[in-house]
Ligand binder design. Structure first.
Ligand code: PAF
Length: 283
């Protein structure tokens, strides 16, 4: 595996390759990330991964400096997965001057759910992803469904800018007890780790209630969401949102869309102690 930090070197190495499959990451890799590398292998060759902790997507209350950096271990894992190039630019390389041009996703997609609680987050994500795409020029790129809204926003960006990249969504990898793998799980105390799978259990309960109802009104959904929120609160969580949305655009479904059984997804974010976890489940 070649570790490259310079954009020109990267382009030289990839010259003539038009089937590259790319997986952008911020490092601190776990089995979930490695599953993205494996999926990337089935969509192109060579596989290029990046590690770049992107300051632009961190809010003022989110600690950029404390984000876990585990470069050596990450590089070893990627090498074992057969990644051909690890692109690991410095901040100076990717943002040699203040990044004044940014990609601002539309309000109805970028400022809801995660975007409501992390203002500017998706603007930072889109800006870096566009820039990384410009460096790597992949034919396909893989993103985890765990970050459901991120995946959708990146897909829309690619569509709107007519970028020649196929965006692939990869299924969420879970621990045996259902907890979605995430770099943030490492912040959980022993007791919190035992409690953490409850988030996915609650999502499953909502799914069952929604899927088993012969008809569903908007207020019935709201009541199901409220009860789930209450349950997490009682167990010591601080939920940000727990919401049933349309898979197609993440908006609240209308009565007609419920009746037509349009595909839905439940999205949730909640804090357990100091750790904020997100998860989702398609219905
Ligand atoms: O999902 C992530 O790890 C990041 O948001 C991404 C896509 C690598 C952009 O920094």
């Amino acid at each position: 595996m070649k570790i490259i930090s310079n954009i020109n070197d990267l382009r030289n190495h990839l010259r003539g390759q038009n089937r590259a499959a790319f997986v952008p990451t911020m490092g601190n890799l776990h089995e979930g990330h490695l599953s993205l590398m494996r999926l990337a292998r089935t969509y192109g060759d060579p596989v290029v991964a990046s590690i770049f902790v992107n300051r632009l997507q961190f809010g003022p209350s989110e600690d950029f400096d404390k984000y876990p950096r585990t470069f050596e271990e990450d590089a070893e894992k990627l090498e074992k997965e057969g990644v051909y190039i690890l692109f690991a630019p410095t901040e100076k390389e990717l943002y040699p001057e203040p990044q004044d041009y940014r990609v601002d996703p539309p309000h109805d997609l970028g400022d809801i759910l995660e975007g409501e609680f992390r203002p500017g987050f998706f603007k930072g994500v889109c800006t870096v992803v566009l820039k990384l795409f410009s460096c790597v020029q992949p034919n396909a790129s893989v993103f985890g469904k765990k970050d459901y809204q991120q995946l959708m926003i990146v897909r829309r960006m690619v569509q709107q800018f007519a970028l020649p990249v196929e965006i692939i969504g990869a299924e969420t990898i879970r621990a045996d007890d259902g907890l979605a793998l995430s770099s943030r799980n490492g912040y959980l105390s022993k007791d919190e780790r035992l409690e953490a799978p409850e988030l996915f259990k609650v999502l499953n309960e909502i799914k069952q209630s929604v899927a088993s109802a012969s008809s569903m009104t908007h207020s019935m959904i709201q009541e199901i969401e409220r009860a789930a929120h209450e349950k997490l609160l009682e167990r010591g969580w601080q939920p940000d949102y727990l919401s049933v949305r349309l898979q197609q655009n993440l908006l609240v479904p209308s009565q007609e869309q419920f009746n037509k059984k349009d595909p839905l997804v439940i999205l949730a974010a909640a804090k357990l102690g100091k750790t904020r976890l997100i998860d989702n489940l398609e219905i």
